[in-house]
Design a protein around this ligand. Sequence first.
Ligand code: IMP
Length: 198
Amino acid sequence: MDIVFATKNAHKISEVQSILAKGYTVVCPEQLGFNGEIPEEEVTLEGNALQKARFIYKMFNLPCFSDDTGLEVESLNGAPGVYSARYAGEGKSSEDNIVKLLREMSDKGNRNARFRCVIAYIDSSGAEHLFEGIVNGRILFEKQGDEGFGYDPVFSPEGFNISFAQMSPIEKNLISHRGRAVNKFADYLTEVIKGRGI
Ligand code: IMP
């Protein structure tokens, strides 16, 4: 069964395809002829994930899912949260976001933070489902490592003395917010397939 991933990120598509049950083929909006922007204007991760999935579902009437992720820092009341990608401003780089984060946290003793990923899935009947993945950790005082992307160099997951940027992709996926959310989603789809006797 084809299932549309409402994203433009080719890396995410192949990552999810490798985890999902065999009965599902992940396709992206571009493969179906849509190259435009997918709206992302809500103020929560759940709202954004649903908005993106609904937009593509309405366009193609096919089962569709989308994800949205944010870094939530305790001493910043959950910021940057849903605004993680543009924390330092529209069009700014990950490096700019990290500089701003470390500046905002320069006087903070509480370094607790978490990445939270929400996947919204709309099935063939139009029913909506949400899956959440969380990894707790702390914000480092300076960057460490050069793997990964985004805030990886300044995020150290609970139980580790290294940052996400010092882990291999395989190591990170095993414990990451996105890995956890995708695994929950994949388990759900596997159950659906079993229920249909496929
Ligand atoms: P998205 O919803 O997956 O596009 O993520 C939004 C923003 O959160 C990204 O632009 C990154 O700044 C940040 N982010 C998401 N996932 C990660 C991660 O695994 N490591 C570091 N930063 C991330």
